[in-house]
Design a protein around this ligand. Structure first.
Ligand SMILES: [Zn+2]
Length: 297
């Protein structure tokens, strides 16, 4: 009971976004679907929270100087979200979220041992790679985020969408079977080795490494508003950490490095709540939805 009363008090207190109750929907726009990205109007000095089923999913989400909060929606988000902000004289926005229907894909015939690092050298390499990624994910750059839209970072067709659960069924050295499950958190584009990879939106490079253990050649591009693009399996890393790049600028060339089954570009976009110190609450959103996002609603 305490929890319910607490949350109700939070909603009824002056914690909300925007203007009048009548235009609840018009205060947020973007991709109101699991894996999508929402923009919500709020006072620039206010703090935005996302609530579902009487639980706070995210809080402290910053608002831009222009009065817009950029809010990622988890792949398995509840289907009704209440967006509140600390500006007064308004009511929360209640947003209905479209449901994804991601398939389960079965991949068999794999060597169980090849899924993870085995030797001491491999484990050390994987450990160093993890530290580099964690450091890059914990820094935040200023920028417009998705407010100017996103463009395709390489010229090729989709080869694997964001979202499916991949169920791996493998065989170990003594003939035993093993299973593991993972969600595909990126968007694969079928391109040959050496294809130009360009910035899908402007931002600052926060990682450029030719040889991470699982990812191979990797670039992180921070667009601002907590959004960071990750490009993996690159043959050549061109941009360097600290570089500012415009949308469409060459940053790398695609490849077949790291844990791959063939040449392609893996592009992932992580939404990080820049107002939270807990990086465990961050998650990946669907890059394909960003490509069709209308940033002006
Ligand atoms: Zn991929």
């Amino acid at each position: 009971m305490w929890g319910r009363g607490h949350i109700l008090a939070l909603i009824l207190a002056p914690l909300s976004i925007g203007q009048a109750a009548a235009d609840t929907d018009s205060r947020c726009w973007g991709q109101a679907v699991q894996g999508g990205l929402l923009f919500c109007k709020a006072a620039p000095d206010s703090v935005v929270s996302v609530i579902a089923d009487n639980q706070i999913l995210q809080t402290g989400i910053p608002v831009s100087a222009g009065g817009v909060a950029t809010i990622g929606i988890k792949r398995n988000s509840p289907l009704e979200l209440t967006i509140t902000s600390t500006d007064i004289d308004s009511v929360p926005a209640v947003i209905t979220i479209g449901e994804r229907d991601d398939p389960v894909r079965y991949l068999s015939g794999l060597d169980c041992d090849k899924i993870d690092a085995r030797t001491d050298a491999q484990k050390a390499h994987a450990g160093r790679s993890w530290v580099k990624k964690t450091n890059a994910f914990s820094q935040f750059e200023q920028g417009d985020g998705a407010r100017n839209g996103f463009r395709r970072p390489a010229d090729g067709p989709e080869s694997s969408p964001f979202g499916p659960v991949r169920q791996y069924i493998g065989t170990g050295p003594n003939g035993e079977t093993c299973e593991s499950q993972s969600v595909h958190r990126g968007y694969d584009i079928a391109v040959g080795v050496g294809t130009p990879v360009t910035a899908p939106a402007a931002g600052i490079i926060t990682l450029g490494d030719p040889d991470l253990y699982y990812e191979g050649g990797t670039v992180f591009l921070d667009h601002g508003a907590g959004l960071i693009s990750v490009f993996m399996h690159l043959d050549e890393v061109i941009a360097s950490p600290g570089d500012y790049v415009e949308a469409g600028q060459l940053i790398a060339r695609s490849g077949n490095t790291g844990r791959t089954t063939g040449p392609h570009l893996h592009w992932a976009v992580k939404w990080r709540n820049a107002g939270s110190s807990d990086r465990g609450g961050d998650f990946y959103i669907d890059p394909a939805l960003l490509l069709s996002l209308d940033p002006n609603g």
